[in-house]
Design a protein around this ligand. Sequence first.
Ligand code: FES
Ligand code: FES
Length: 158
Amino acid sequence: MAGVAVSTTINGDSVEYLCQPDETLLDVLRDRLGLTGVKEGCGTGDCGACSIILDDRLVCSCLVLGAEAEGRRVETVEGMAHGDRLHPLQQKFLEHAALQCGICTPGFLIAAKDLLAKNPDPSEEEIRFGLAGNLCRCTGYDKIVRAVQDAANVMKGA
Ligand code: FES
Ligand code: FES
């Protein structure tokens, strides 16, 4: 199969790659570009482990083709910290011990970033609703919700 040449922007950087027409953006990010923060859980759009932001919209990268990133903006967990400075969400996930195995964590961080961009002061219910597409087998969710609430407070004050 002939490859598709794609020009896109990932975490603020211009990126070009070749991919197969049927290759998912998840596979492109992980296998071609080394952005392994994006995780594969189900591969069918059910777990949220592969969450990314595509042009300001939260999507499952396992349901997007690599070719569809042409001319668009992709954000992954790798773009959240600035140098050694963690994003407030990352800091609060650590402080609240909102992760155990960590497989779901990048997806939760990206989903929470998207949520707070659209709703900087969410209620607990809104956080739970906003993160409902992300599954965690370890934490029981409460610590994740507290971490997002705390990060929202920090970001409001910043
Ligand atoms: S791997 Fe994409 S939603 Fe589960
Ligand atoms: S920390 Fe293990 S699945 Fe969430």
